[in-house]
Design a protein around this ligand. Structure first.
Ligand code: PMT
Length: 413
């Protein structure tokens, strides 16, 4: 037994934190972090990489956490007591501090070549990383690309802090102090605004086939909708994501259904809508599809080719007519007259809220940042240009507040 007792009612009361410690001089600071996490009420289990054991002894973490420390996938007695899969399931939170450049690279690319990287792949718990390294290593384009991948996937990144480094240089790359990391984890968990609420999100484009090799599509990358799904999951929601054809990893804790065409998206959304409390329609659904899909590749004829297009179902407008309809949040993508067209869509489609974004060259579509004008019956709010992850978080906070207001108004809080 450890001599440190849990603090009940702390901000991390009974939260099971799997603390990953990777190799770097800042590993010694993780010892203080274990104490601080436990003071905040968390139960802590520590997993060290082989490199981390060169900086701090296993016994230190064992004593401070009050639990056995794992360092390898191949420790038979430890696996028998609690297998790595059980450990992955046990965690409510995975926090890696310090996260070295090498570890960030491995988890960004899905490696499972040691216990810690395997646990990261095997867990559905939210993942937070606190990078710590030499400032040049942090600034390196490879490290920044890996961090961008992780952020896009919904991984929280705490720090790094700026200051003097063990290597004698000064710059960005220090591990934040233990109390700052605990505060960041508490803040990131938020107030679980959507705890247990069922949220359906659509994202990405739809592809409307012309023949076996060609289709009509659009420039949506899915980033905005995936960020919304990740933010809803972080807020405690049970999230189902209906994804058009995109090349994005599934956010942690989100159930994903892949579709291709607007009609497939319609079927997946309608089948699920009534079982959800909120539907956020961030997908750029193709309004038209070719009337006929040619069974074989169309050949050049030397003549103009006319494609007859028919209108696709308006998915969100159809959800609005369901007897048991969720709280409905649409998006509006406009090149001109943003507010007027968005207001018109809010009313015509019978929505509870619409998030309007200006799209065009390097705006809205594909890029990592966006700005949203939120409109709802009787109100508006501008969310300034921000990273899509941060913006999605703000959107989810507004959606939770508007839905609560609507339920209270209906006498059903
Ligand atoms: O994916 P990214 O690259 O990150 O880009 C994000 C985005 C710009 C695609 C996203 O922020 C966005 O604006 N998504 C909605 C795009 C769109 O189709 O807007 P719209 O104004 O055409 O449609 C209005 C609303 O009706 C949307 O919620 C849309 O999902 C829905 N709709 C549209 C047509 C249709 N047939 N069925 C629908 O449900």
């Amino acid at each position: 037994m450890s001599e440190i007792s849990y603090m009940s009612d702390g901000p991390l009361d009974r939260v099971r934190v799997l603390l990953g410690v990777s190799g770097g001089i800042a590993a010694y600071k993780a010892a203080e972090l274990v104490r601080r996490l436990r003071d905040a009420g968390a139960e802590v289990r520590v997993v060290m990489t082989a490199n981390a054991t060169h900086f701090v002894g296993v016994a230190t973490f064992q004593a401070l956490s009050g639990n056995p420390v794992r360092t390898s996938l191949w420790d038979e007695s430890a696996e028998a007591a609690m297998s790595h899969i059980e450990l992955a399931r046990w965690a409510d939170e995975v926090l890696i501090a310090p996260a070295s450049a090498d570890l960030l690279a491995r988890i960004a690319h899905g490696s499972a070549d040691d216990l810690l990287s395997t646990l990261v792949l095997a867990t559905t718990a939210p993942l937070s990383v606190a990078p710590a390294m030499n400032q040049q290593m942090w600034a390196n384009a490879a490290t920044q690309a890996n961090i961008a991948i992780l952020r896009q996937r919904g991984v929280r990144v705490f720090g790094p802090a700026v200051g003097s480094q063990a290597c004698g240089e000064t710059g960005e790359g220090r591990l934040p102090e233990a109390h700052e990391l605990v505060a960041a984890l508490v803040a990131a968990r938020g107030s679980r605004l959507l705890d247990g609420v069922r949220v359906l999100v659509s994202a990405g484009p739809t592809f409307e086939d012309i023949d076996p090799v060609r289709f009509i599509g659009n420039r949506s990358s899915g980033k905005m909708g995936f960020a919304v799904a990740a933010a809803a999951a972080r807020a405690g929601a049970v999230v189902r994501l209906i994804a058009g054809p995109v090349a994005l990893p599934t956010p942690a804790g989100v159930e994903r259904v892949d579709v291709r065409s607007a009609r497939q998206m319609r079927d997946a959304v309608i089948a699920a809508a009534s079982a959800h409390d909120i539907f956020i329609s961030a997908a750029a659904v193709g309004d038209y599809r070719p009337q006929m899909i040619s069974a074989s590749k169309l050949k050049k004829s030397g003549q103009p080719l006319a494609l007859e297009l028919v209108q696709n179902p308006d998915i969100i407008a159809e959800v609005a007519t369901l007897p048991k309809r969720p709280f409905l949040v649409g998006f509006a993508a406009e090149t001109d007259d943003l507010e007027r067209y968005a207001q018109e869509k809010l009313e015509r489609k019978g929505l509870d809220m619409i998030a309007a974004n200006q799209v065009g060259e390097s705006l809205g579509f594909e890029c990592g940042e966006n700005a949203l004008l939120l409109l709802w019956p009787g109100g508006r709010e501008q969310l300034a240009l921000a990273d899509k992850g941060a913006l999605a978080q703000s959107l989810i906070e507004r959606v939770a507040a508007r839905r609560t207001a609507k339920l209270e108004h209906a006498g059903n809080p």
